[in-house]
Ligand binder design. Structure first.
Ligand code: PTJ
Length: 257
């Protein structure tokens, strides 16, 4: 038997185990790729090293990301299987708060998973989900994986793309196509994290909701103030702080051992 019944609330790692169950449910329901379970394990390991909390470098990045999303003229949030299983409501909230389109974009594009993900997003309140209509399909140059297949009216036309939790071969291609990229990635060393304009180093189960809230709170803010927030943001410093935070956390643990 698997499921929430088997995770007692008193378990010291109950929260993490319940998130894992969400992903397993998403796998059983045909939303999450088999490889998505492994990707989650890597994420869990980095979350553990970071201390499983949203740190100040992530909050800084969330604020800059919200400002950039509100400034963008055609922002698109890219959704894969893991994100659909972990935080569909937060993605819906984020899209509504900053007027972004949502596009399903998969690395392991197979047998109807895109359509099932789109249905889950619709169930979370989103309309006009992009990424499943073959007639508006375009190609993002400079990328060989299935992620190259994008919607002409979505990612291909976007000036800003939000990429939560994904493999590393797309951000460079998006940058080369002139787009701003916001990554939500627990691994500050990943290619996605390193190549993005703004990287939120935190678990999507925490950061997606924070980003949605930040977009809502900052909606209506003067454009010059939003531009100042984005202009004053330094992603290299964020990544460096995240890596140093892991070092500090480990040193703290080692000195207590
Ligand atoms: O649904 P598909 O076909 O598009 O496939 C999605 C996966 C995630 C399987 C695919 O993109 C993949 O293989 O990704 P990678 O190469 O394993 O990279 C995933 C990245 O997300 C890694 O840097 C992980 O540390 C990070 N990550 C995993 N879980 C989380 C996360 N970041 C934030 N929050 C998480 N919960």
């Amino acid at each position: 038997m698997t499921g929430t019944q088997t995770v007692p609330e008193s378990h010291p790692r109950a929260e993490s185990l319940l998130v894992r169950e969400r992903l397993i449910g998403g796998f059983a329901g045909g939303l999450v790729a088999r490889e998505g379970l492994l990707a989650h394990g890597r994420g869990e390991a980095f979350d553990y090293l970071l201390g499983e909390r949203t740190e100040s470098f992530a909050r800084r990045a969330v604020r800059a990301a919200a400002a950039a999303m509100l400034l963008a003229s055609s922002p698109v949030i890219s959704v894969n299987g893991n994100v659909a299983a972990l935080c569909p409501r937060e993605i819906a909230d984020m899209a509504a708060a900053c007027g972004a389109a949502v596009e399903v974009n998969l690395f392991y594009a197979d047998d109807g998973r895109g359509e099932r993900i789109a249905q889950v997003l619709e169930g979370a309140g989103m309309r006009n989900i992009l990424g499943t209509d073959q007639s508006s399909r375009g190609i993002l140059p400079g990328i060989d994986s299935a992620r190259r297949s994008v919607d002409r009216n979505g990612i291909l036309a976007a000036d800003l793309v939000v990429v939560p939790l994904e493999d590393g071969d797309r951000t460079d291609a998006l940058k080369a196509a002139g787009k701003n990229v916001i990554a939500l990635d627990l691994n500050p060393l990943s290619r996605t994290a390193q190549a993005a304009d703004i990287t939120i180093v935190d678990n999507v189960v925490r950061s997606a909701g924070l980003l949605a809230k930040s977009c809502r709170d900052m909606a209506g803010t003067d454009v010059h103030i939003l531009e100042e927030i984005v202009g004053g943001y330094d992603n290299a410093a964020t990544l460096s702080d995240a890596i140093l935070h892991i070092e500090g956390h480990l040193r703290g643990r080692a000195s207590r051992a």
